[in-house]
Design a protein. Sequence first.
Length: 78
Amino acid sequence: MKRAFWIGVGVAAGIVIAAKASSYVKAHTPQQAREFVFGPDQTNVPMSTLQSLWADFNTYRAQREEELNRLYIDRNAR
C-alpha cells in the first residue's frame, strides 16, 4: 500500500513539474522556439502528452500480451 501511494505521489509530482516547465518555456521563449519544441499545436500540451504516453503504454501492453499468448499457446499445444 505504501508503494502504491509513493508511486501515485511520484506520478502526480511528475505531471505538475511537466506542466510548470512547459508553461515556463511558453512564457520565456520566442514563438518559433516554442513551435519547434511543442509543435504548432500548443493547446493543452500536458493532456496531449499524457494521451500519447497512454497510447504508447497500451501499444506495448498489447504487443507483450500477444507475445505471451503465443508463447503459452505454443507450449500447451505440444
